[in-house]
Design a protein around this ligand. Sequence first.
Ligand SMILES: Nc1ncnc2c1ncn2[C@@H]1O[C@H](COP(=O)(O)OP(=O)(O)OP(=O)(O)O)[C@@H](O)[C@H]1O
Ligand SMILES: [Mg+2]
Length: 333
Amino acid sequence: MALLEYENLSIALPGTARPVLDGIDLTVSAGEVVALVGESGSGKSVTARSALGLFPTGAHVDGHVRVDGTEVVGAGPAALRAIRTGTASMIFQDPRAGINPVRRIGDFLTEALRVSNGWSKGRADDRAVELLGAVGLPDPERHLRQYPYELSGGMLQRVMIAAALTAGPRLLLCDEPTTALDVSTQAEIMAILGRLQRERDLGMLLITHDIELAAAVCDRIYVMYAGRIVETAPTAQLFGAPRHPYTAGLLGSSPPLRAPAGPPARLTPIPGSPMGLLDSAPGCSFAARCRSARPGVCDRTPPPLEGHGTALVACHLAESLTATDNTATGEGT
Ligand SMILES: Nc1ncnc2c1ncn2[C@@H]1O[C@H](COP(=O)(O)OP(=O)(O)OP(=O)(O)O)[C@@H](O)[C@H]1O
Ligand SMILES: [Mg+2]
């Protein structure tokens, strides 16, 4: 059984032309690192938040999300509390948005332990010091007495990771955990997350715009476009032979992590703009931006997510497009 499992999850908001999420199938096993990538507005954060039962207000939710076998859709407060304070934790993009600026770091970290577990202040402080040590903050005792404004963004994100580990979760949902940080701090935070994941055998869903980062740390990657999974494959395969023209476009528009010697490769943006919630398309959502799209096919019916080798791809042309075709589509030919 997967630690995190989405089965045909759809979320629709009133007054919109297309669902926010449209039949999402996704799994994360214990100890597995899985990336969810896609452009802004594709539904990555809504997907991650759904694992904690945090659905948009007024949304119509259909399908299933299970965390360690517990159904989240329609779950009552007790079941949700058990997931949020036990099995699963979430790390967000901006650490300052998730912490009360006028409370000390120590109080922030120990509150849950003292309230939920009934621990004494001394015992909870010891645990907080241990967790701050685990995320690589030197002099943790001093940090417990500090306020958030006294810490840099990178230090504060370490505090948030420590907070996420308080209850000993088995699943970590990381929503762009390094986007708000400078480049060298991004690398440090990713290294810490990677080490903790291995040490604690955590299942991890890593949401990122950065497909190269996903490649560096993940076992499998899901590519999302306009609320649908359009491709998923083991990392090496997705990079070596992207099947969906959108995946190929993403790869062609991001700078490589380890650039080869010589002049930098030309990056090619994907033409057009992402589809908003007020736009809908009868066929493939990507057809209007896809250089390979076939009129009368791609703009007529939505392509199902189907197996091609070890990949699942939602593209009418997945069999006929080769990696070379896809590279060509990304180069403005
Ligand atoms: N609580 C909400 N109420 C109404 N609409 C929402 C809500 N949350 C998200 N949306 C809409 O759902 C769509 C998907 O949003 P989501 O935040 O999941 O995108 P994302 O892929 O995480 O984008 P980004 O990369 O910018 O973080 C967007 O059109 C967004 O405006
Ligand atoms: Mg987001």
